[in-house]
Each structure stands twice: as structure tokens, then as C-alpha cells.
Design a protein around this ligand. Structure first.
Ligand SMILES: [Zn+2]
Length: 289
């Protein structure tokens, strides 16, 4: 399933093709994805200019010139690709499941942006731009992990008096939007914090961040940025907009590495897997305290 870094990679890949372009045609090959397409979906989009392409949590927000926004979610298996309309410059990606191309946006720069989704858990809807932040999908969401709002003081306020484990707190969407299980494990490892510690243990009596907690915002941003750059680095084979291309597993220090040795402290066969709130947590008990 695409996580925040994959969605951000998709956003960065699509932005140059889409921003300041007009949508000249839209083809929709099904009535629905996870939900039915809005009525007059294509009619509402044709002729509109794209002003911005933003991301909030794992949603892509396409702001249009009529004060409406196209909200897109990749679900479990959604991906985008960009193709040139011009035959001479036609980029054809082989081995694609073209049967799962559900939506094509034809743009005024001669490119088309194609949405492919074999499992169809993705969805698209249109809402007024000003209503995004109060809309049901967005109103409960916490801070963006890559923004300046995520800092040690913020975490100290959120963790104060909380008996919940720091791992579960990092996955709490009301606090932080969209870190995801893999990156929560990796960020805690890099910060040398045990995922089992309670939130309140990382905050001083005065409600200030502990030394360990001060390390955490930076490691969260690091692991997410590293994953985004890894996605961006495959840009030349134009898979960069492909939300389904998978994770960059080789770069993980703990995730998926049960019983393997720790790269950080060198302890042999030390990476452990435990269950926390129904999710697998990977960590090194040797260097995460
Ligand atoms: Zn270790």
C-alpha cells in the first residue's frame, strides 16, 4: 500500500506535467473505484486549469481554477503514469496491466496522466477547495510530519501524561498524519528509542521534551525524506509516479529484518518483532532504550 513517501513521490512526479495545464479531456472507463465517481465528473473537469497539486496525509489535492479541488487517493494499488500524446515521443511502458487503466486526463501540454488501479480501493471526488480542511476526510488529521509543525515541543504536548506506547502514538492520525508503520519503526530506531516506551516517559515533569524525544522529529523527517529521494531517483525510467512500485526495502534498518543483525550497534540476530495494537513492530532491544 502506498505510504506517505510514495504518495509524495507521486505528487512530485506529477506536478511538472499537471500544474498550470488545462484539462482538455477526461476518459473514465468505469462507474466506480472504491466509490462511484461523482455525477458529471468528466464534465466538471474538462476545460479547468490546474492551479496546484498538493498532498495532505496520503491524499493528492488538485486545485482547479473554479475553486473546486479534485481529491485523489491511491488506495492499495493505485498508480499514475504520464504518457506523451505525440506519436514521435510516445513512451510506452510494457508489461503494464492496461486493463486496469481506469481514468485518463488529457492535458493541454500534450501529455496524458493515466490512473491505473488493479484492486480499485483508490477513489476520486470533487469538493470546494475552501471546504477541504473541514471535510470529513481531513478535519481530524494531525500535523504533516514533514512540516515545521512537527517538532519536539509539539510531541511533548501530545505525549504528556500518555501511557500509550510511543510507537502507537506515532501512528495516531489525530496527532500526526500519515507516518505509517514502516516509517514509525525506522524513525524510532534512528532515534534509539524503544517502541515500548510510554509517551509520558519521554516528557519531563514540566512537560518539556526529554533528550531522547528531542531526537525524534529529525529522525521522522529523515526516514521519510530518504524514502522520497529513493523514489525520486527512479525518475529516469519514469516509474516515479507509480504508487505501486513498492518500498525501498534494502534501505530499512529494522523493518522486515526479524532475527537479523543490527546495522547500528552490530548485535547479532538482534532485530525483534513484536505485536503492538495489531501491527508488527521491528526494533533492536540492544540500541533502542
Ligand atoms: Zn542495535
Amino acid at each position: 500500500m502506498p505510504e506517505l513517501p510514495e504518495v509524495e513521490t507521486v505528487r512530485r512526479g506529477l506536478a511538472p506535467a499537471m500544474i498550470n495545464r488545462q484539462i482538455v479531456q477526461v476518459e473514465v472507463r468505469r462507474k466506480d473505484l472504491r466509490f462511484p465517481f461523482p455525477s458529471n465528473f468528466t464534465h466538471s473537469l474538462i476545460g479547468r486549469e490546474i492551479l496546484a497539486l498538493r498532498r495532505r496525509a496520503k491524499y493528492l489535492l488538485v486545485d482547479l481554477d473554479d475553486q473546486m479541488s479534485l481529491i485523489m487517493h491511491l488506495g492499495m494499488s493505485g498508480s499514475f503514469r504520464i504518457e506523451e500524446e505525440t506519436l514521435g515521443n510516445f513512451i510506452h511502458v510494457r508489461n503494464r496491466l492496461f486493463a486496469h487503466d481506469h481514468v485518463t486526463f488529457h492535458l493541454s501540454n500534450g501529455q496524458r496522466v493515466i490512473y491505473n488501479d488493479p484492486r480499485r480501493f483508490g477513489f476520486m471526488l470533487l469538493i470546494p477547495t475552501v471546504e477541504i480542511m473541514t471535510h470529513g476526510y481531513f478535519s481530524h488529521l494531525g500535523v504533516e510530519p514533514l512540516s515545521n509543525l512537527l517538532n519536539a515541543e509539539f510531541l511533548a504536548r501530545g505525549f504528556h501524561h500518555r501511557k500509550t506506547s510511543v510507537k502507537s502514538l506515532l501512528l495516531d492520525q489525530h496527532l500526526i498524519a500519515g507516518i505509517g508503520n514502516i516509517y514509525a519503526c525506522e524513525a524510532l530506531h534512528e532515534a534509539k528509542i524503544s517502541p515500548l516506551r510510554q509517551g509520558r516517559d519521554l516528557v519531563t515533569q514540566q512537560g518539556r521534551p526529554s533528550a531522547a524525544l528531542k531526537r525524534l522529529p529529525k529522525t521522522i523527517k529523515n526516514v521519510l525524506e530518504k524514502a522520497i529521494s529513493a523514489g525520486g531517483s527512479s525518475l529516469r525510467d519514469h516509474r516515479q509516479t507509480d504508487g505501486a512500485m513498492g518500498y525501498f526495502q534494502h534501505q530499512f534498518k529494522v523493518y522486515g529484518r526479524e532475527n537479523e543483525s543490527c546495522y547500528t550497534c552490530g548485535a547479532k540476530k538482534n532485530i525483534s518483532r513484536i505485536d503492538q495494537s495489531g501491527r508488527s513492530t521491528f526494533y533492536c532491544p540492544g540500541c533502542q532504550k
